[in-house]
Design a protein around this ligand. Structure first.
Ligand code: CA
Length: 230
């Protein structure tokens, strides 16, 4: 899962990015409205944290531009003052949730988890696919109730596949959602990570769809008539 933080307060921006990276997100940051608008319009984020009081173009205008351009990613806005009109403006511009400053990081993290899971059609913070389970609150991954130790990149991979279980995910899509923009991306390394993840999971849950990508499904799941023939 990949996030964008648009916040001009450098300390706060850094704190948010650090907190998000610690729980397993890939994170890009922007420090003004123009930069944020550009990134949100060109990169596929799973959620965005957008400050309303930004130099240049304010958060509401940035959000309006994204929605006008058809960008549908969930957006959590940060409002500096407890002003109801600012919140109304933000929601009407296309915001999905808000937090008023000052806030507790835990609350922002919980709201982001909720936005990310709802955007991919999940209601529970526990994602389950056959014997594989992710508790998104603790970033704990288990197979048949045994905890599996994963690197942060492996966690991002399983988390993305779990959020989109049952759908074929291409290698390009994985690259776009697992790495931040500064990362030296190479879609060939995805294959290596999938191989490692399969080994650690120890169950046959990630299927390769030749030429298309990968799909996470319960082991033994038969999805096409041709796969069950004979
Ligand atoms: Ca600000």
């Amino acid at each position: 899962m990949r996030l964008l933080v648009v916040e001009d307060d450098r300390d706060l921006n850094r704190q948010l990015v650090k907190a998000f990276e610690q729980v397993g997100y890939a994170v890009d940051e922007a420090f003004d409205g123009e930069e944020g608008e550009f990134l949100g319009e060109t990169e596929p984020y799973d959620a965005v944290v957008l400050d309303i009081g930004l130099p240049g173009k304010d958060g509401v205008a940035v959000l309006e531009a994204w929605r006008k351009a058809g960008r549908k990613m969930p957006v959590l806005v940060l409002t500096a003052r407890d002003r109801w009109s600012e919140k109304v403006q933000a929601f009407d511009a296309g915001a999905d949730d808000y937090v008023t400053k000052p806030f507790h990081l835990e609350e922002v993290l919980a709201r982001l988890r909720a936005l990310v899971r709802r955007a991919s059609g999940h209601a529970s913070s526990d994602l389950v696919c056959g014997p594989v389970r992710i508790d998104t609150r603790t970033s704990r991954v288990s197979v048949n109730d045994v905890t599996i130790k994963l690197t942060s990149l492996e966690y991002r991979l399983i988390s993305y596949l779990m959020h989109h279980a049952g759908r074929v995910v291409s290698r390009t899509e994985l690259v776009e959602h697992l790495y931040d923009q500064d990362f030296d991306r190479d879609s060939n390394t995805i294959e290596v990570f999938v191989g490692r993840l399969r080994k650690k999971l120890g169950v046959d849950a990630i299927r390769t769809i030749r030429g298309l990508g990968y799909v996470l499904e319960p082991p033994g799941n038969v999805v096409t008539p041709s796969a069950s023939a004979g």
